[in-house]
Write a protein that binds this ligand. Structure first.
Ligand code: NAP
Length: 280
């Protein structure tokens, strides 16, 4: 397959590594020349250029994946659409879909929105890793070329789930965007411990539980901010529900309602097993 990747960061770089391992021919475009050079050295792309105009086989590409930050997806597609035409397909990987998919399909009808649900706390091409998408879920939104785009992600070992952009945004507000804000607030709360000696000790004692619960809050701040900016209403609904749940926990503890607290925690344990990833 002939694939183009625009935005060679964590997701775009990781995608290139896997595609080239599968034998695809991959070109890349990224904002900085240093990133383009590093992507070639790492084997994530056959060649890369900061300017789209310098990609020699742009018109012969089967699929182009836009892996830039959320705010750049539509401007990049607008520019790209001047150079390509069907049967070249375009998809993206952005963490929000409602603000992108309808406008993107108006710009270029051979566009289908994707969101591979895979990531790390890293950022940029140096954080790229092979096998990142293996066994993870990828959302593919509806559209006339959705089957081809679904097969593309399945080839990388992903399980595809189809839904509308609105359904996607409401669901990820709960399981992706809420956890980022909760986890960041957890880290910020600990950092406010008033006794510096205790804070130092906490830094030393923190083990796997703190590492797991702080991971997403300690990730890319640009990505977290864009999630909130582009998915505001569903995220606020999730955060307000979380605030009420936390207030309930505080009440139970203040009132020494240990049996009720036990029930609360036991229900949480049972609910956790309903998530596919928690059963693996
Ligand atoms: P990232 O590591 O910051 O990579 C994005 C890269 O895009 C940057 O390294 C930058 O490259 C390049 N870039 C920025 N503006 C550009 C432009 N106008 N044209 C070409 N390249 C441009 O971010 P990421 O985590 O890979 O996220 C990329 C996308 O994946 C986002 O839309 C995000 O919502 C989505 N996503 C992220 C995760 C995650 O967990 N991180 C998971 C799923 C989906 P230079 O180094 O050249 O400046």
């Amino acid at each position: 397959m002939r694939v183009g990747i625009i935005g060679l960061g964590l997701i775009g770089g990781s995608l290139g590594l896997d595609l080239r391992r599968l034998g695809d021919r991959v070109w890349g475009v990224s904002r900085s020349r240093a990133t383009c050079e590093l992507a070639v050295q790492m084997g994530a792309v056959d060649y890369a250029e900061p300017e789209l105009e310098h990609i020699s086989d742009l018109v012969h590409t089967d699929l182009i994946v836009i892996c830039t930050p959320i705010a750049q997806v539509l401007p990049v597609l607008q520019k790209l659409s001047k150079y390509i035409q069907p049967p070249t397909l375009v998809t993206d990987v952005a963490s929000v879909k409602g603000a992108i998919v309808p406008s993107a399909q108006a710009i270029y009808p051979h566009f289908v929105g994707s969101h591979p649900m895979a990531g790390t706390a890293g950022q940029g091409i140096t954080a790229a890793e092979s096998g990142l998408f293996q066994e993870r879920v990828c959302v593919v939104c509806e559209g006339e070329i959705a089957d081809t785009v679904a097969q593309f992600w399945q080839r990388l070992g992903m399980k595809v789930v189809r839904c509308s952009p609105t359904e996607h945004d409401r669901a990820v507000a709960w399981i992706s965007h809420l956890p980022v804000m909760v986890s960041a607030s957890l880290i910020r709360s600990v950092s406010q411990a008033s006794d510096p000696q205790i804070l130092r000790l906490a830094h030393q004692l923190a083990s796997s539980g703190f590492r797991d619960t702080s991971r997403v809050g300690g990730g890319n701040p640009e990505l977290g901010t864009l999630m909130a900016e582009y998915n505001t209403t569903p995220l606020l609904t999730a955060l307000q529900t979380y605030q009420q749940a936390l207030a309930q926990v505080i009440d139970l503890i203040q009132n020494h309602q240990w049996r009720e607290l036990y029930e609360y925690l036991a229900t949480a344990r049972d609910d956790r097993s309903l998530f596919d990833i928690c059963r693996e």
